[in-house]
Write a protein that binds this ligand. Structure first.
Ligand SMILES: Cc1ncc(COP(=O)(O)O)c(C=O)c1O
Length: 398
């Protein structure tokens, strides 16, 4: 007898396919049909992985470094992760407080599985990275969303977080710089948040995916570097964006040994180790020359300086200045009402269908009036796409 659909486990109904992946798939489908799409949907550097990193992986293949490694990554990789974090942020993690994972998403998923009991609450500032909601739901946890103020650059404060704490709060999940808003927490505010969470025995999880991509005066910072923070903070890291290594799938977790051991236990039945040759590439990324990171940042800065003023000139569009990461998060409420569009989902769908520009609707990140546009695209693509967006908003023919 064929099992019925209801045979799927209940938890699968708690999550949906990532909207960013969905939009990228739709844009990909149109491209295969021959449509010339300008694609700003994916959060992916348009730069190739730096050559020294590629060479390290090629060498790993030549050396037959193609077998299982320890589940949590080789000791060399774990040392490289800890040393990089120490050099960049002044922390003092050792290999038994470190796990290498199959990308940054993997560590965040694993942490929720390891920390969250059914009904436990996880505090998440809005707008949030789309995956947070689903990974908390999949662990039968409850997302507690904290609204932020757009006119204040979507900044979250310790006070706002404190108001949402209950006896069921298990963790606060902070992503600074933020995907999608580009908001960057000040070091002082981060410290105040830690004071609130640590005094109540709540985990502070810091997603440092974009830590190196900052545009203002702020310097790369990790809350884990504060005195006494290590007991109460868990770092979720990723090499994907920093080193243009999205396809390699290397991320990491740094935290108290008991948490890391829990993640390793789960990983031992799930993925086992991250790909062996990708680990060798990651060691080179972390230990080798770091100039490429600054070069990419300089290019993102140049593009941001082009994109944000251009968006602000469009009728019915306003846009906060992103202080980090590589996304613009324009408010298109005015443009939507001019066009008789009632949701950002409809806006993004029509923009893709009619003007062939792929963006991600704000609904995916918990706000209704925005679309997310990645500016990790070439200047030429940005110019073309923004012209198309402008024409769409003004309903002009190109
Ligand atoms: C905020 C944030 N955290 C983590 C990740 C995970 O990246 P990856 O799984 O590619 O390492 C992403 C990727 O888009 C992200 O935007």
């Amino acid at each position: 007898m064929t099992p019925t659909l209801s045979a799927l486990a209940e938890r699968v109904s708690l999550i949906s396919v990532s909207s960013t992946v969905k939009v990228a798939a739709e844009a990909g489908r149109l491209k295969r049909e021959g449509v010339d799409v300008t694609d700003f949907s994916a959060g992916e550097p348009d730069f190739p992985t730096p050559d020294n990193i590629k060479q390290a992986a090629i060498q790993a293949l030549a050396d037959n470094f193609t077998k299982y490694t320890p589940v949590d990554g080789t000791i060399d990789l774990k040392r490289a992760i800890c040393d990089r974090h120490s050099t960049d942020f002044g922390t003092s993690y050792g290999p038994n407080e470190c796990v290498a994972t199959v990308g940054g998403k993997h560590i965040i998923f694993n942490l929720m599985q390891v920390l969250v009991n059914p009904g436990d609450e996880v505090i998440i500032p809005v707008p949030y990275w789309v995956t947070y909601k689903d990974v908390v739901n999949f662990a039968y946890g409850k997302c507690i969303f904290v609204d932020t103020d757009e006119s204040n650059g979507f900044a979250v404060s310790a006070e706002m977080i404190e108001k949402h704490i209950t006896p069921r709060t298990k963790a606060v999940l902070i992503n600074s710089p933020s995907n999608p808003s580009g908001a960057v927490l000040s070091d002082d505010e981060f410290r105040r948040i830690l004071a609130v969470t640590a005094s109540r025995g709540i985990w502070l999880i810091t997603d440092e995916c974009y830590s190196h991509f900052l545009y203002g005066d702020a310097k790369p910072y990790s809350i884990a570097s504060e005195k006494g923070a290590k007991e109460a903070v868990i770092v979720a890291g990723s090499l994907s964006k920093t080193y243009a290594m999205t396809g390699w799938r290397i991320g990491d977790g740094l935290g108290p040994k008991a948490v890391i051991d829990g993640v390793i236990k789960l990983q031992s039945h799930m993925t086992s180790n991250p790909t062996s040759i990708a680990q060798k590439g990651a060691i080179e990324a972390l230990r080798g020359p770091q100039e490429s990171v600054q070069q990419m940042l300089a290019e993102y800065r140049r593009r941001r300086e082009f994109v944000i003023p251009r968006l602000r000139q469009m009728p019915g569009v306003s846009c906060q200045n992103p202080m980090g990461a590589f996304y613009a998060y324009p408010n298109v409420r005015g443009a939507m009402s001019n066009l008789g569009i009632s949701s950002s989902l409809e806006f993004a769908e029509r923009l893709l269908k009619e003007a062939h520009v792929a963006t991600v609707p704000g609904e995916a990140f918990g706000t209704e009036d925005h679309v997310r546009m990645s500016y990790a695209a070439s200047m030429k693509e940005l110019e073309r796409g923004l012209d198309r967006l402008d024409n769409f908003i003004q309903q002009k023919k190109a």
